[in-house]
Design a protein around this ligand. Structure first.
Ligand code: SAM
Length: 427
């Protein structure tokens, strides 16, 4: 088993849908600045919408799970080869090492799935059955994707004409589960954390002006008026303070592997803790729904405890579209990460255009008293256009990503920065 640590390995990094270029940057940043020395020199490229990392020290891949913020999963190619007839499968699975991979007992919580693009060597169902019989675990039948995601461990057989790979999830539960959320009721259509991280990183780059440092030291306040469960604000704070996911999440599937190099993982965690940024960001959360607002207090408490950094959080029960000025007194410079509720499911119903017009007007009004920047998630072309017609004097950049299976637009905006703090009265 420990031979995995002696030879370079290959990993597939699955991005948040639509963000593969950003995830490649995320991967490159982690590989180029390791927390410690590793044996091999890895390379990362995009293939079929996935970031493929080759020639990688297995130990260095632990840094990928610990540090990536825009990825959904990191899968390890534990075994790969060619299967040319049905009779080859059993031997292929025996040679894969999967049967001996898990520490005693945890294999029971493992989902085994198969994808086959060359059914001559068997259907996905047949192949999966042979794998389950060979390894002696993974028998839970045909679970849907959601059930599969909740499993602690996932093994996938990916079979094509010329190559079959066995992929083992290093994360287990998806990487967007950061570990800082309380298990209380939440908002409709929450944005998963890896998307919120990507939206923040992309927008911060478009907005420029040292935004991250200004947020870290509290010079720019993060104002999230459609807070829901707080994800967009939390992820912004984590990025500016360099709070890597492993600092808030205490377990990954790979920690249950029988050869898991525990000392490496704990050294990575220690070094990430030492690299955590200093500063005291300010966040203002708003929401207009009393029950969501109440649950948000628990989220804030849980987040603060989890990150172990003192941050300044205020909350306001407020209708942002009717009273954007409520935010005006919370900081002269505001960064607004906006995932409006009509962003996805509700967008199919009527009214999203007028809501985006009102949102544009609310931002334009707020920009009369404050310097504002931020991002808005738009569900379709019409709502995007409606927003932009009200932000004519703003600098705006748009990109596309995929959320809930829909093509979604992200607008990063900056208000005209002619205002000075002279007229601004602090709360
Ligand atoms: C899509 S959810 C935000 C999800 C959030 N990003 C998360 O991850 O949980 C939108 C939130 O905005 C709130 N909301 C809807 N209309 C609002 C308004 N006019 N002013 C303030 N909040 C509003 C809803 O109660 C809901 O919690």
């Amino acid at each position: 088993m420990s031979s995995y640590l002696a030879k370079p390995q290959r990993f597939l990094v699955r991005p948040a849908p639509g963000w593969v270029d950003l995830t490649l940057q995320d991967v490159s940043a982690v590989l180029d600045a390791p927390t410690q020395k590793y044996k091999f020199k890895p390379a990362a490229v995009i293939e079929d919408g996935i970031v493929v990392v080759s020639d990688c020290d297995y130990r260095q891949a632990l840094e990928l799970v610990a540090r990536l913020t825009t990825a959904h999963d990191v899968e390890w190619v534990i075994h790969s080869g060619r299967v040319s007839s049905r009779g080859d499968w059993k031997g292929f699975f025996e040679a894969s090492g999967v049967g001996e991979l898990f520490k005693g007992g945890v294999a029971a919580d493992t989902k085994v799935s198969a994808m086959v693009s060359h059914p001559v060597v068997g259907t996905a169902k047949d192949i999966r059955e042979i794998a389950v019989a060979t390894w002696g675990f993974g028998a839970g039948e045909n679970e849907n994707e959601e059930a599969a995601e909740s499993k602690s461990h996932r093994v996938r057989i990916d079979s094509g004409k010329n190559r079959t790979r066995i992929l083992v999830s290093l994360a287990g539960e998806p990487l967007y589960k950061r570990g800082y959320k309380a298990r209380v009721g939440g908002a409709t259509a929450p944005l998963p954390e890896h998307h919120a991280s990507a939206c923040f990183l992309w927008s911060a780059k478009q907005i420029g002006g040292d935004l991250k440092n200004k947020i870290a030291c509290g010079e720019v306040t993060v104002a999230a008026p459609f807070a829901g469960t707080g994800t967009t604000g939390f992820e912004a704070v984590c990025r500016v303070l360099n709070i890597t996911p492993a600092l808030t999440r205490d377990h990954y599937a790979c920690e249950d592997f029988s050869f898991h190099p525990e000392a490496t993982m704990s050294s990575i965690r220690k070094r990430l803790l030492a690299a955590r940024g200093a500063g005291k960001p300010k966040i203002v959360f708003g929401d207009n729904t009393p029950e969501i607002f109440d649950a948000l207090s628990s989220q804030v408490t849980s987040f603060k405890e989890s990150i172990g950094v003192d941050i300044d959080v205020r909350m306001t029960l407020n209708d942002f579209l009717a009273s954007p000025d409520t935010l005006a007194a919370t900081g002269f410079e505001l960064f607004l990460p906006l995932n409006p509720p009509y962003g996805l499911r509700l967008a199919k119903q009527t009214g999203s255009v007028s809501i985006y017009e009102r949102l544009g007007l609310a931002l334009a009004r707020l920009s009369k008293s404050n310097n504002i920047s931020g991002y808005v998630i738009c569900p379709d072309e019409d709502s995007w256009r409606a927003l932009l017609t009200k932000l004519k004097s703003f600098t705006c950049h748009t990109c596309h990503f995929s959320h809930g299976g829909r093509d979604t637009r992200l607008v990063a905006f900056t208000s005209p920065s002619s205002r000075t703090p002279a007229t601004y009265v602090k709360m």
